[in-house]
Each structure stands twice: as structure tokens, then as C-alpha cells.
Design a protein around this ligand. Structure first.
Ligand code: FDA
Length: 308
């Protein structure tokens, strides 16, 4: 109930106006984002790299409504890729297709992404296309496959275990040797397309994770196991050890500000550990999805409100 309400509010412009004007919301949101500027994000990645963790940087912003905003976002990503290169950061970038104008024009979005991938290659890094709600899944996978077919081997994407279709998508993508980040799924989805029960999502996640790990072991793909769920992480540790899958054949991924201790523990054990580092002023929908994932975050938020 609470999750659905928060996810509804994450898309409501009236709620965005109210929440983003609260100083306290900004303070709490900063737990989940590295800051509002590129310089702050670069500094956060420097600290992660110094501790043996890698990163993927995300310029916050999604569902843009004007072409100029897509160009603005592209400029922000070019600047970010240059900063990754200039600072020698161990970092990739992540982006959302709706931030490049997918809702306005698929051609604009694809052309912009193609230019960014070429620039990322020059900077020696890759781009992961985040997965948005299920109305975008088909188009996202089509664009991902098209760019790979055009020779871009530095593009990766995301599959959400919550969706029924994902078991089939994972089988196909693993066969294609695609670079996949597997997550549970952060969006509100109807029961016609996604498992309503969390235990079913978790079980699907483990099945799909094993398909990706097996493919990686056979030299196809390099999966990102993106979760903070310790039971799943332990199963990944157990499964890879039992199958003899080397620690450099995959990586764990977590979000900035969540389970920092576990992130360092895994890196200390020799696993690849990549942290998703979002930054920028457009933090509202990202922040609301993080609140929805864990009711305790809402109480953290509310208690901070009363501490003003
Ligand atoms: P689960 O929700 O079961 O949480 C397990 C434990 O992790 C919790 O008990 C708690 O301890 C901790 N935890 C989880 N979320 C927390 C939070 N918000 N605050 C504090 N603690 C929390 N989704 C998507 O739809 N498209 C995408 O492209 C991505 N990309 C992505 C990248 C990376 C690197 C990660 C880690 C996640 C995503 N996600 C995503 C989000 C993902 O779908 C999912 O919503 C969150 O990771 C939460 O699910 P968990 O797997 O952590 O499990």
C-alpha cells in the first residue's frame, strides 16, 4: 500500500513541487545521491576507487518533455565522460532513455545515444541503459540490440526480475553474450506484467542470476548482480564457488548510500563491486523510488521533518 502510494507520488508533479521545496527532503535525498554537481560526483567516485570499488555515474533526470532538454542532458553526459577520462576514474555511466527524449522521438534518442557511445569509447568506458517501467522494456531492448548490431560493444542494459517476460529475455540476452545488470525492478507494475509477490520476484531473480552467471562462465557476457539482498548475495557467493566461476567473471552492484559496509566487505573479498552514483538537481523521482523500496526510509524522512 505505502509502496504504491509513494510510487504514485514519484510521478505526480504537484507532489514533486511540494517535496523539492522542503529543505529537509533535500537533506534526506542527499543520503542517496552524491550531490547536485558533477564535481561532487567525481569526488564521491574518487573516494570509492580509493577503497577498491568501481562506480557507474548517473546524471539525474528522466521523462523530459522538450527537445532542448535532451540536448542539455547529452551535454551533461559528454562533460561527465570527459571528467571520467581526465580524472582516470574507474567508472562507467548509466542513463535513462527518457532523459534523452525517448518520449519525444525515438530517432532523437537513438542518435544521441549513438554519439554518447562513440564518445564513451574514446574515453575508454561504457554506458549502461537503465531500465524504466515496463512500457519501455520492448523499445529499450530494441535500441540496445540495434546499437550492438551497429558495432557498439560498450553498451549494456538492465533486466528487472519482477517482470514475467524477464526469464525469456534473460535466456535470449545471455545467449547473445549481452552485458546485463540484473535488478529486481523499482517501478509500480500491474499484476498482468509483473510478479505481485516479493518472494516470487526474489525467486525469479535467483534463477535469472544463475543463467547469467553460467553464460559468463562460458565466456558470454559479464553480469552485474545489482542487489542489496544479502540472501541473494550469499547465494551468488555459494553458487559461483560451487561452479568454479571466478570472481572476475561478474560483479556485484549497489546503490550509493545503501549497505556501504557490505559494499566494502565484498570488495575486500576480491569481488568486483560497482556503486551506482547518481547526482544532479533532478533527484525527486529517484529519491521517491528509494523511499518506496524500504518503508523505514519513510520514517527516517518523517523523523527528520520533525527535527527541523
Ligand atoms: P530488497 O528490496 O529486497 O532489499 C534488500 C535489502 O537491501 C533491504 O532489506 C535493505 O536492507 C536494503 N535496501 C534495499 N533498498 C533500500 C533502500 N532504498 N534504502 C535502504 N535500504 C535498502 N531498478 C530498475 O527498475 N531499473 C534500473 O535500471 C535499476 N538500476 C539499478 C542499479 C543498481 C546498481 C541497483 C543496486 C539497483 C537498481 N535498480 C534499478 C533498483 C532495483 O530494482 C531495486 O529497486 C533496489 O535495488 C532494491 O531491491 P534489492 O535488490 O536491494 O532488494
Amino acid at each position: 500500500m505505502l509502496r504504491n502510494l509513494i510510487l504514485y507520488l514519484s510521478r505526480a508533479s504537484w507532489a514533486r513541487r511540494i517535496v523539492t521545496h522542503w529543505g529537509v527532503a533535500r537533506r534526506v535525498a542527499l543520503r542517496f545521491v552524491a550531490g547536485e554537481t558533477e564535481a561532487q560526483a567525481v569526488e564521491a567516485v574518487r573516494r570509492l576507487n580509493a577503497d577498491g570499488l568501481t562506480a557507474t555515474l548517473d546524471v539525474l533526470g528522466e521523462s523530459i518533455t522538450a527537445e532542448e532538454q535532451a540536448h542539455e542532458m547529452a551535454r551533461a553526459y559528454v562533460s561527465l565522460l570527459d571528467a571520467v577520462h581526465a580524472n582516470g576514474l574507474e567508472a562507467t555511466v548509466s542513463l535513462k532513455l527518457t532523459s534523452l527524449g525517448l518520449d519525444l522521438s525515438q530517432a532523437l534518442c537513438e542518435d544521441t545515444l549513438r554519439d554518447l557511445l562513440a564518445h564513451a569509447a574514446e574515453c575508454g568506458t561504457s554506458i549502461t541503459i537503465d531500465m524504466e517501467d515496463s512500457s519501455y522494456t520492448e523499445r529499450t531492448l530494441a535500441i540496445f540490440r540495434k546499437l550492438r548490431a551497429q558495432g557498439f560493444d560498450n553498451v549494456r542494459t538492465v533486466i528487472q526480475a519482477a517482470l514475467y517476460r524477464s526469464e525469456e529475455d534473460i535466456e535470449q540476452l545471455a545467449g547473445e553474450g549481452a552485458g546485463i545488470r540484473l535488478c529486481k525492478g523499482a517501478y509500480k507494475e500491474p499484476p498482468s506484467v509483473a510478479h505481485p509477490k516479493k518472494s516470487d520476484v526474489d525467486a525469479a531473480y535467483v534463477r535469472e542470476m544463475k543463467v547469467l552467471l553460467d553464460a559468463a562462465f562460458q565466456g558470454r557476457g559479464y553480469p552485474g548482480i545489482a542487489t542489496h539482498d544479502e540472501a541473494i548475495i550469499n547465494e551468488a557467493r555459494r553458487y559461483t564457488a560451487a561452479q568454479g566461476i571466478p570472481a572476475d567473471g561478474f560483479e556485484f552492484q549497489m546503490l550509493h548510500g545503501i549497505r556501504d559496509g557490505l559494499q566494502r566487505e565484498l570488495a575486500g573479498e576480491g569481488y568486483g563491486m560497482r556503486v551506482y552514483v547518481p547526482f544532479g538537481t533532478q533527484w525527486y523521482p529517484y529519491f521517491m523510488r528509494r523511499l518506496a523500496e524500504r518503508p523505514a526510509n519513510v520514517w527516517f524522512f518523517v523523523s527528520n521533518f520533525f527535527k527541523r
